[in-house]
Every structure is written in C-alpha cells, then in structure tokens.
Design a protein around this ligand. Structure first.
Ligand code: M6R
Length: 592
C-alpha cells in the first residue's frame, strides 16, 4: 500500500510545504521511499529511498517551487524500494508526472508494448506505464483528461492515481478503482489524497470518489466524471475530525495515543445506540448471521458470534474475507451478513460484500465515514474511534466491539449488557493510567522466541488479538489458542522458555481456564495472567499478574482485557528498539 496526495493551490501559495505536510500524514501507508513533483514552468521531481524526514534532509523537498503538484509515500509491491522506483514517475520527455497507489495486473504486457514503440523505462515499477500511456495518447491528439480516461481503459488492477502534465498546467487529475481516493477543498485550494488525515490541516470538505470516477481539479473548482466519462453532480461532506486528532499530541507514538484514547472511542461509539436501534427496526426477519472480516476486525467478529449466539440465539458464522470465495454459498434473503472493517476499504472484504449484496441483507461496521464499504452495504454502523494512524489496530477494535455489543444487546433486548457497556470507559482508563508499571515490567523482562495466548469463550478472540498485537509489532512469534485446545498438540511446545499469557476473567469458565493455567505452569511456562484484581489463586500460579477491576465479568471482558495486552506489545516493541507505528512489511489499509 502507498499514499498519494495532489494539490492545486491559490497562485500565491507554495505547494511543496503543503504537499510535504499532507504526505507526512500518510506515512502509515508506506514509508520505504518518498517523492514529490511540482510545476513551475517545468515539472520538477525529487524522490529517493528512505523515510520522509531523511529524504527531506537530503533533498529539501519543502523548497520546491510551484503552486501545484503531487506527492507519494511508497510501500514497495512491484519493484524493490530504490531511488528509481520511488514515485512520481515520468514519461520519456518529463512532461507527465504520476503517483499511484495500487497494483497493475497487466503492466508487463503494456510495458513490452510501449518499449516496442520506443519508450524507455527507468524503473521496475508497474506504475511507470501510466505516464508513458498518458503521454502517448496526448501525442495522438487527446487532452490530459481524455488521455487519462483512455489510459484507464488499458490498465487492469487497482489504482488511485494523481497526474499532472506540463502541456496543461494548473490542472490536477485524479482517478480511482479499488484503491481509496478522496477529493477535498478548503481555504488554500483543492486536494486529492488517499485518506482524510492527509488534508485535515487544510481542507475538511470531503468528497469520496467512487470506483471508476475521475476528478479534475483546477483553480476554478472541481469536476467529477463517472466511469463512462459523464460529468456528475457531487456533494461534499464536512468532516468534524480535527487535524489534532490525526497528530501525536505529545505522545511518542500514535499507537500509545490510540491505546489511551480507547475510553473515548467506546464513549463516542455508545452514542450510536439510537441509530443502531433504528437499523434493527428496519432489518426485519433474520434467521442467520454471518460475519466477514480480516485481521483484528476478524477477531472482533468472533466475539460477535459468541455474543449473538448466547444472547439472541441466532446461528452465526464467521468467515475470513479472503476465504469467503471458498465457502459454500448458502446465504439467502433472511441472512444478515455483517462486514467489520476499520478502513472500510479492505479489498477482500469489499469483494465479499459485493457478492453478499446479491443474496442477503448486508451491514457494514466501519470507522471511516464515507469509505467504500459504507457506501456499498445496505446498512452502516459508524464506529466513532476517530482517525487511527498506527498500523496496529487498537482503538478501532474496542470501538468495533462496542458497536457489536450494542447491536447484540439491542437485538436481544438485554438492558443488562447495554448498562454494563457504559462502565467500560472507566475500566479502560484504570488500566491505561497504570501503563508506567507495564512499561517497567516489559523493560525488565526478556521476551524472546515464542509466546502463547490462551482464553476460553469470550476470551478466546482476546487471545487471538493479543497474539496478533505482539507478533505484528515485535516480530515475536505468538499464537492465540482456545485454552482447551492446547492439550491437542501445542502443549508439546511449552517449556520454561515460553511465556504463556492466560486471559482469565471471573465467570463461568474461570475454573476450566485455571486448570489450563496450571497445565502450562506445571510444564515450566512463564505464566503471565490477566484476571480480576485480588484473585490470590491467579497470583499464586503466575509469574506476572495484571489485575483488572473485578466488576468486569467474562462477557464484557473482551472490551477491557485486551488493553493490558496492547500495552505489553507496545512496550516490548520499544524495549526491542522497533517503531510500533511502522511494523515491517505491513500497512494500514490493504486494498490489494
Ligand atoms: O481496515 P480493516 O479493519 O478491514 O483491516 C483489516 C486488517 O488488515 C487489520 O485489522 C490488520 O490486521 C491490523 N494490522 C491489525 O492490527
């Protein structure tokens, strides 16, 4: 995944520092190389391998001239992270510059064809075919708008593209298919960007382009064309996210800021109760529910299954979105398919949603307003976590859980569950306030090799999510297991070198989980437990014990017990010298 930005500002404004600030906000989408192109009589390009700050120190990106341009932050997919492969890419004559997020499936054929026609390529990226194609079509007599349109009929795959041309200065073109792209306007001028945080400092009126749509930005305004090239009327939405919400605000990393913000994410999502009630009223008869999601959102979905089955008694399946196509298609009009996605742009989830729309009722639980899935699903619940920048999902996970608990509680007409939700923010704050203790512990403990996370029932998805948080940012191999499953194989791996995190809240399954805890302890494992404050039995049998407010029972535990696990992953990452906001090989939104 990569991040793209383009802007066309008032004539007396300099684009480079604005582009630099905007693209810095998208670094979470990729950070192996960076580049910018601005126009001031000629197209000037500066780009190199490296993070934003280091490339700027070397090339002085902010000092480029011109009042419009494009910028890119890359996370290599086709072609290694090198200076040559950094975007923007140019045609042979340097008169068309392009930045691109996505993957072109047919670029090898197109490249071969263009080379035959005499074009010279400088990079090994798929993107470079785009400026060559645009220039070729412009040389054939088309204007920039028509040439980009024709180019999109030739390329296959996913893309969000921003392009400028020397032949038509003061014009910025932007087009998308499967990769996200927003258009925005504010005091300084007009913008195109992969995601909202990029532009919040300058523009809060946002238009989310739909697949196949093209935007033409000039100093006179915005035109939007549909896939057939017909001009359409557009409406913008004013985004009430503030620029500060997408900044670190004194925290060392976005991840810790977002962990601390979790109590607010829950509080704000609880405000959605009335709109969820309305959705339940409209959905009608539901005989079966299926959750579809990826990664952390998949773990939230498993919690949803346990909750709905136990509270409402409707049978629920949970499907990993990328596996969706291999499952038997037995859904019908009485099936409700619930899609959970922070970004609302995840490719696999979107493809499954497209299929589900053909047969069933669909509901998307998304955090990003106006994202593709929020437009494509029949019903939408918008979680209120605010922008999440850290690649590791934290506050959006508890916000998803809050929405699921509200949905299940309202469907079951179970006031007790709903009432319990209102206490969750305070429980979360109790933990995050004690984060210094967790930091000290993580610094003094040598986490190495492998780790296991065990939980039963509602705590099983917490075990999966705890393990995902550890592995994605510390690179320590970690596995989440249903506690009762351990003896069916993995117990063979347990010895005195292996830390085992046991999630053991008070409730029905406590005794069974305690048996599992003792099993691993007997094999010498380093037992790290999360349980109710003051539980001496847990303390006696654990090397480390994280104590949670005893009012938190097993049903509500997923919303609270995940917090110490997130904090442990964060502080272990720091102790190991890694950057938790930028895990290797990963990016925030997976649109391929
Ligand atoms: O935007 P989505 O919720 O659809 O994203 C799904 C996963 O890519 C995401 O949860 C991923 O697993 C995170 N890195 C987890 O921290």
């Amino acid at each position: 995944m990569c991040g793209i930005v383009g802007c066309i500002l008032k004539e007396n404004e300099k684009a480079a520092p604005v582009l630099f600030n905007c693209i810095s906000m998208l670094e979470y989408r990729g950070y192996d190389s960076i580049g910018m192109a601005t126009f001031n009589g000629e197209i000037e390009v500066k780009k190199a391998r490296g993070g934003i700050e280091s490339v700027d120190a070397k090339l002085n990106l902010k000092d480029m001239d011109g009042s419009f341009g494009i910028a890119h932050t890359r996370w290599a997919s086709a072609g290694k992270p090198t200076d040559e492969n950094a975007h923007p890419h140019l045609d042979d004559t340097g008169s068309v510059a392009v930045v691109h997020n996505g993957t072109l499936e047919n670029y090898s054929e197109l490249k071969a064809e263009l080379i035959k026609e005499g074009h010279t390529f400088r990079s090994s990226t798929d993107t470079e075919v785009i400026p060559h194609l645009i220039k070729k079509f412009m040389d054939e007599g088309l204007n920039l708008e028509e040439a980009l349109g024709k180019c999109t009929t030739r390329i296959r795959g996913s893309y969000a593209i921003a392009a400028i041309s020397k032949a038509e200065p003061d014009k910025l073109m932007a087009v998308r298919k499967y990769s996200p792209l927003i258009i925005a306007y504010g005091e300084k001028g007009y913008f195109a960007a992969s995601d909202t945080p990029a532009v919040l400092e300058y523009a809060r009126n946002i238009i989310r382009l739909k697949d196949g749509e093209t935007a033409i930005l000039t100093r006179k305004g915005i035109r939007i064309l549909d896939e057939k090239g017909e001009e359409i009327e557009w409406k913008s939405k004013y985004i009430d996210w503030t620029p500060e919400m997408a900044k670190k605000e004194g925290y060392k990393h976005f991840m810790i800021k977002e962990i601390v913000e979790q109590s607010c994410a829950v509080k704000n999502t609880l405000i959605q109760k009335a709109s969820i009630e309305k959705i339940i009223g409209e959905i009608g008869d539901v005989k079966r529910i299926c959750f579809v999601a990826c990664g952390t959102s998949y773990h939230a979905s498993i919690t949803g299954k346990y909750l709905i089955e136990s509270l409402v008694g409707i049978a629920c399946d949970v499907v990993i979105a990328s596996e969706f196509r291999y499952t038997a298609k037995t859904w019908d009009e009485n099936t409700l398919v619930i899609f959970i996605s922070q970004s609302g742009e995840t490719y696999d989830s979107r493809m499954a949603l497209k299929e589900a729309n053909k047969t069933s009722k669909t509901l998307a639980i998304v955090n990003v307003a106006g994202s593709a899935m929020s437009e494509e699903a029949e019903y939408v619940i918008q979680t209120q976590a605010g922008p999440e920048i850290g690649v590791a999902a934290t506050k959006t996970y508890v916000a998803q859980l809050t929405a699921i608990y509200l949905f299940a509680g309202l469907l079951a007409e179970n006031d007790e569950v709903i009432d319990k939700l209102y206490k969750v923010p305070a429980y979360i704050d109790e933990i995050t306030k004690k984060r210094e203790d967790i930091r000290k512990l993580c610094e003094s403990y040598d986490f190495k090799g492998h780790a296991f996370y065990l939980g039963r029932g509602f705590s099983y998805p917490t075990a999966l999510e705890g393990a995902l948080k550890l592995k994605e940012i510390t690179y320590i191999h970690a596995e989440g297991y249903a506690a009762g499953e351990l003896k069916h194989g993995p117990l063979a791996l347990i010895d005195e070198t292996v830390p085992v995190f046991v999630i053991i809240p008070p409730g029905e399954d406590y005794t069974k989980t305690m048996t599992n805890l003792k099993e691993v302890e007997a094999r010498g494992a380093v037992v790290i437990s999360v349980g109710a404050e003051g539980d001496d039995k847990i303390r006696e049998n654990s090397e480390i014990f994280f104590e949670i407010n005893p009012e938190v029972d097993d049903m509500i535990a997923p919303l609270v017990y995940i917090v110490p696990l997130q904090l442990i992953s964060y502080y272990v990452t720091l102790a190991m010298g890694y950057n938790p906001d930028k895990p290797r090989n990963l990016s925030k939104v997976i649109t391929v």
